[in-house]
Design a protein around this ligand. Structure first.
Ligand code: ACM
Ligand code: ZN
Length: 544
C-alpha cells in the first residue's frame, strides 16, 4: 500500500519531490542547504523500537532530544524512548553525540546514516540542535501515522557561514502576543537562525515593563487609535485603542524559550528618536516638556529625547540596567536611526551641551549621546549595536553597526574595523512587497521578491578580505506598520526568511535558486503541518 502511494505520487511530476524515494546521489531536501551532503543506496528505518541516545548533560540540551522526539510523535504519531548513553552508540538508535572532535566547526555537525542507525555528532550543543533540524528534514515530508520513518543513508557535514543569522520583529507598531513570539522562534530554529532582534520601543508603543518607570507601560503601551491605510495619503483613523506590553516575567519566558533553541534575543531600546511613547509617559524626556501623545500614524517625528538634560541619561541608564538583567545577550541595540535634529537646534539645553562639549553640530551631539550610552553598556560588559546613523558625527569606539540604508554604512564601519550586520532595505526588508502590489495586501513599499533576497550577498565586493571579517552576517527586518495580525506577519516573513537563512548559512557557491525552490516545496509541507501562513506567491512563478 505504501509503495502504491509512492508510485501514484510519482505520476505527478510536481509532487514527485514529495513522495519519491531518494536514490544514491540525490540531493537532500534540507534548508538551509548543508555545506556537504552525500546520499547512498538504502534507508535506515526509525521505528517505535529505535532509541534516541545522547551523551550530554540533559539539563543543558533537553530540547535537542525533545525536538526530535516531539517531531516523531507529532508528525508521524510515533512514540520514542530517549536514553543516556555512556558506552557509545548501540544498534537501532539515533545517537546525539557531543564530542571533542576538533574537525567539527563551531555550531557545525556531522550526520551519518547507515544500517546501524544515525549519529549526529557536534562539538557544541548548538551543532547538535542543528544536526537534529537537518535530520528532521531528511524524514518524509508527508505527515500521518507511520510505523516506519525512513532516513536515506547519508553523510552530511555542515556548519554556518555567518554567526549573525538574524530575524527582527517590530512589536510596537502592532503588539504581537507572547504565544506568537514562541512560534516565531520555533520557525527561526527550524531554519537555523540564531539572533532574534526584538524591537521593543517606538513612537507608537512602549512594549516592555520597566519597574522603575511604570508609566512607560501604563501610558506608553497604549495609543488611542491607528491610521487606516497608507501613511503617504491617509488622514483617516480607526478610533480603536491599541495596546499591549510584555511583563518582565513574559520577557524571561521568551528569553528562556529562545535560549533553549540556541537563539539569542537582542533587545532594541530606541534612542534618541522614535521615542514618542516614552516622551508621552515622561514628558520631561523631551526638549520642550510636552505634552506628547503616543503616535497614531507612521513616520518620523520631530519630538525626540533631549540630549542636553542629564536626567535623560539617568533615565536611559536606569531603563538599560533593567533590560540587562533580562537579556544576557552580548549585543544591546540602541536604535539611533531617523532622529531629526529640529528640536535640538531650538533647545537651549541641547545647544549648551554642544558648547560645553566642544561639538561641531547636532550630528556630533547625536554621536555624543550614543557614545555616552556605549560607555555605560561597555562598563556592564556589553556591546552597543545601532542602525547606521550612529556613524554620523563619529562612531562610538566599540560599536557595531546594522546597515539598513543600503550597504554604505556597513562598508564604512567595516573599514573602520567595527563589526557589521547587513540588513539593507533593498534586500532584507521583509515588510516590502514580495509580488506585484496590485495583488498584495497594503505594504510600506519596496519590492523584495523571494529570488531577490535569495540572491543577496552579505559581503560587499568592495571590502578587502581583512575588512570582510567584520561582517558578522545579515538580518531580515520586519516592521509591522502594515501588519495588524500574526497571520500577516507570517505571510510577509515566510518563505522569504527561508531564503535569507540559506544566505547566512550555506556556502555562497552552493546557492542555486531553482534548486532551492524545489527544496522549499518540500519544506512547505512542514509549514502546512505547523500551520504557518506563508506566502505561496513564490511558487506560482514559473520555474525555469
Ligand atoms: C529603520 O528601518 N528605520 C532602521
Ligand atoms: Zn534638548
Amino acid at each position: 500500500m505504501k509503495y502504491l502511494k509512492i508510485m501514484l505520487l510519482c505520476v505527478f511530476p510536481l509532487l514527485s519531490v514529495l513522495g519519491c524515494k531518494i536514490n544514491a546521489g540525490d540531493p537532500l531536501n534540507i534548508i538551509p542547504k548543508p555545506v556537504s551532503a552525500k546520499t547512498f543506496e538504502g534507508f535506515f528505518n526509525i521505528t517505535a523500537s529505535t532509541v534516541i541516545q545522547y551523551n550530554f548533560d540533559i539539563e543543558k540540551g533537553a530540547l535537542i532530544i525533545e525536538t526530535l522526539a516531539t517531531h516523531l510523535s507529532d508528525y508521524y504519531k510515533m512514540e520514542s524512548v530517549a536514553q543516556q548513553s555512556k558506552a557509545g552508540q548501540s544498534k537501532n538508535s539515533v545517537f546525539l553525540k557531543l564530542s571533542d572532535n576538533k574537525k567539527i566547526k563551531k555550531e557545525g555537525y556531522k550526520l551519518k546514516v547507515n544500517k546501524n542507525g544515525v549519529i549526529v555528532e557536534a562539538s557544541d550543543l548548538n551543532g547538535l540542535f542543528y544536526g537534529v533540524q537537518s535530520l528532521i528534514q531528511m524524514m518524509p515530508a508527508e505527515s500521518g501515522v507511520r510505523e516506519v520513518v525512513e532516513i536515506p543513508f547519508a553523510v552530511v557535514e555542515d556548519y554556518p557561514r555567518f554567526a549573525w543569522r538574524g530575524l527582527h520583529l517590530d512589536v510596537c507598531r502592532h503588539f504581537i502576543p507572547k504565544e506568537f513570539i514562541f512560534k516565531y522562534l520555533d520557525f527561526m530554529a527550524m531554519h537555523k537562525m540564531k539572533t532574534f532582534h526584538f524591537h521593543l520601543t517606538e513612537d507608537q508603543g512602549w512594549r516592555i515593563e520597566i519597574k522603575k518607570y511604570p508609566l512607560l507601560t501604563e501610558v506608553g503601551s497604549k495609543r488611542k487609535e491607528t491610521l487606516i491605510g497608507s501613511a503617504r495619503t491617509s488622514k483617516e483613523y480607526d478610533g480603536i485603542p491599541h495596546e499591549g506590553f510584555y511583563t518582565q516575567d513574559d520577557i524571561r519566558e521568551i528569553v528562556k524559550y529562545a535560549a533553549d533553541r540556541f537563539i539569542t534575543v537582542v533587545p532594541e531600546i530606541e534612542m534618541p528618536g522614535h521615542a514618542l511613547a516614552a516622551l508621552a509617559s515622561y514628558p520631561d524626556l523631551g526638549c520642550t516638556g510636552g505634552p506628547y501623545e503616543v503616535a497614531t500614524r507612521w513616520g518620523i517625528f520631530h519630538d525626540v529625547m533631549c540630549a542636553g538634560k542629564e536626567s535623560t541619561f539617568e533615565f536611559l541608564q536606569n531603563v538599560i540596567t533593567e533590560v540587562l538583567e533580562l537579556f544576557p545577550s552580548e549585543y544591546i541595540h540602541i536604535g539611533g536611526d531617523e532622529c531629526p535634529k529640529t528640536k535640538w537646534k531650538e533647545c537651549p539645553l541641547c545647544q549648551q551641551r554642544i558648547a560645553d562639549e566642544g561639538l561641531k553640530d547636532e550630528h556630533e551631539l547625536q554621536s555624543y549621546f550614543i557614545q555616552r550610552m556605549e560607555k555605560f553598556l561597555n562598563s556592564k560588559g556589553r556591546i552597543l549595536i545601532g542602525w547606521d546613523e550612529i556613524l554620523e558625527g563619529g562612531l562610538a569606539p566599540n560599536a557595531a553597526v546594522m546597515s539598513w540604508r543600503g550597504e554604505a554604512g556597513g562598508i564604512e564601519a567595516a573599514r573602520q574595523n567595527h563589526n557589521v550586520v547587513m540588513s539593507p532595505g533593498t534586500h532584507c526588508y521583509l515588510d516590502h512587497y514580495q509580488a506585484d502590489p496590485k495583488t498584495q495586501p497594503l505594504a510600506i513599499g519596496g519590492f523584495t521578491p523571494l529570488d531577490k533576497i535569495y540572491a543577496y550577498e552579505p559581503v560587499p565586493d568592495s571590502l578587502t578580505v581583512e575588512e570582510a571579517r567584520y561582517v558578522m552576517g545579515a538580518q531580515g527586518n520586519v516592521w509591522t506598520e502594515y501588519m495588524k495580525t500574526s497571520d500577516h506577519v507570517e505571510y510577509m516573513v515566510y518563505p522569504r526568511a527561508a531564503a535569507l537563512a540559506e544566505v547566512v548559512w550555506s556556502p555562497k557557491a552552493e546557492r542555486d535558486y531553482n534548486e532551492f525552490l524545489n527544496r522549499l516545496r518540500v519544506l512547505a509541507k512542514r509549514y502546512d503541518f505547523y500551520q504557518l501562513n506563508y506566502a505561496r506567491v513564490a511558487f506560482e512563478q514559473p520555474v525555469e
